[in-house]
Write a protein that binds this ligand. Structure first.
Ligand SMILES: [Zn+2]
Length: 292
């Protein structure tokens, strides 16, 4: 512990903050003079570039959309990737314009799902150099999940059902295909087996839908830790090359709550539109930051 630990910020008291009890602020490591390469940077392999279309739920000429490898706590968590190995700031005008169109399209598709109140769009990019945008669906009515802690709640809430998850993936893929491209997420299959067999079926779906290893947005963030230690150790659990999707997630480490949530308070821009509502509420402070 430190001699004079910084005080815990007010947001730890917000309804949306997932934890309670005695908390203390972690001491920061010294900054490194040179940051380690991200996935797809330097001599590190790019999971996204190596991932076959089959690892995605929808693919187009220049964009692909993938899911986690299994259901998580939120109704839907998807990642939009460019086919080209470019980072956000490097997109040529054509792709930059399409990113806007794809972002709006995907947001609508996810928001159209039953039980989804809002779709949070995030781009972190600390894990992978290959552009990947996160789309996190907030369940309707769950006011405590509003804001930037949503990515944390994804790992805290019990996973949605396999059947619901697959159905949602198929719906989103079909929605996107209305505008072109190819849907790869198959409609949910009829469960002829007993509920107890769901675990098995899950394995199948996993393979067909995506092979990500990251189980949630946050885990994806694992990457963050890696950099600190060394370019690879942390990632150990999930061979990069192995799971394309994974990266995504991890890349996303982006989403990584780690990175993002906090640092990117920036999210504001994202939420801004949404926060409108929250702004009106009585807890402006808490909501804005989070919502943002
Ligand atoms: Zn790449």
């Amino acid at each position: 512990m430190q001699d004079t630990p910084p005080s815990v910020p007010d947001f730890t008291q917000w309804p949306s903050f997932p934890f309670e009890g005695d908390l203390r602020v972690k001491q920061l490591d010294d900054p490194v003079p040179v940051e380690p390469p991200r996935r797809g940077e330097g001599n590190r392999e790019c999971t996204a570039c190596n991932a076959p279309d089959e690892a995605y739920i929808w693919v187009g000429e220049r964009w692909r959309v993938r899911a986690m490898d299994r259901p998580t706590g939120l109704p839907m968590v998807l990642i939009l990737e460019s086919r080209s190995h470019l980072d956000l700031g490097d997109l040529p005008n054509l792709l930059a314009a399409e990113l806007g169109v794809m972002t709006v399209r995907l947001e609508r598709a996810i928001r159209s799902l039953d039980g989804v109140a809002r779709v949070h769009v995030n781009r972190w990019g600390d894990g992978s150099a290959h552009l990947h945008m996160w789309f996190l669906a907030r369940p309707y009515g769950r006011l405590q999940l509003r804001g930037t802690f949503l990515s944390l709640w994804d790992s805290i809430l019990p996973p949605i059902s396999e059947a619901q998850w697959r159905e949602n993936l198929a719906l989103v893929a079909a929605w996107l295909a209305e505008f072109g491209g190819r849907p790869l997420a198959e409609p949910p299959r009829i469960q002829w087996q007993a509920p107890s067999s769901l675990a098995e079926s899950r394995a199948e779906s996993t393979e067909s839908v995506a092979e990500d290893e990251a189980a949630s947005v946050i885990e994806a963030a694992e990457e963050i830790p890696e950099p600190t230690e060394a370019p690879g150790p942390t990632a150990a659990p999930v061979p990069e090359g192995t799971h394309p999707p994974t990266d995504g997630p991890k890349p996303e480490a982006t989403p990584k709550s780690t990175d993002a949530p906090q640092s990117e308070a920036a999210p504001e821009s994202t939420d801004v539109p949404e926060s409108e509502e929250s702004l009106g509420t009585g807890e402006p402070k808490s909501e804005q930051p989070q919502a943002g």
